[in-house]
Ligand binder design. Sequence first.
Ligand code: PEP
Length: 250
Amino acid sequence: MRRPLVAGNWKMNGSLESVRNLLDGIKRGIDEVKNADVAVCPPFVFIPETEKLLAGSVIGWGGQDLSIESSGAYTGEVAASMLNDFGCQYVIVGHSERRTYHAESDELVAKKYAAAQAAGLVPILCVGETLEEREAGVTEQVVARQLDALINLAGVESLTDGVIAYEPVWAIGTGKTATPEQAQDVHAFIRGRVAAKSAEVADGVRILYGGSMKPDNAKELIGKPDIDGGLIGGASLKAEDFLGICTAAN
Ligand code: PEP
C-alpha cells in the first residue's frame, strides 16, 4: 500500500510575512491528516524560515530545483548539500517551467535527480506532455522519453525512494485539469514502464498528479488506483485549499 504524498510547489511566490502566515495556517489544520505525507517547496530564500517554523511538525519541506554540481563557480546555483543544511527532505526536478524557461534537457534533469538522491534527498521527477504533444497523440512517447532518461542514467532502482509527478503541461496553472481517467491512463502507463524493469520498484514508487488540482477535484483524482497524491501549485498558496487537498489524500 503506497502512502499518499501531497507536495506544494510555491514557485516564485510569497514574502516573509505571507510565508509565515501560510505555514501557520497549514500547521493549524494538519493534525487531521494522519494517512498522507505532506510537504511544501518554497523559494530557496524562504527555506530557512520554513525550517524554523516546521521543525518538529509532520510537514516536510524541500527545494524547487538544485544544481548537479556540489560546489564552486556556478553563480545562482544551489547544491544538494545546501538543501540538506536546512533540513530539506525533498527536491523537485524537471518541472515543466524549468524545462521550458531554462531549457533543461531530459539528461540534465536525470542528473539532477541523481545528485539529489546521492545527497539523501527525495527527488520528485516531473514529467508531462504539452498540449501540442497530447493533440499529436504522443503523450506516452514524451513521458517515456523523460522517464527513460533517468532509468538509463541511474537505473530503475533509483525510483525506489523517489517520486514521479505526472504534470500535463496544458493543465499547469490553467484551471484545466486532466480528467481522472486521462490522468489514470498516463499514471498506469508510467507504472507499467517501470514494471517492465522491476515489478517491485513499480509497486512502491509514488506517482503524483499535478495540474490545477484543487480541493474539489482532488478526491476523485487521488482515488484512482495509480494516483498516489498531488504536486500542487496555485492551490498550495492558500492554507485552506492546500489542507483540503491533504484531507482528500488522507
Ligand atoms: C505545478 O506547477 O506543479 C502545478 C501543478 O501547478 P498548478 O497546481 O497551479 O496547476
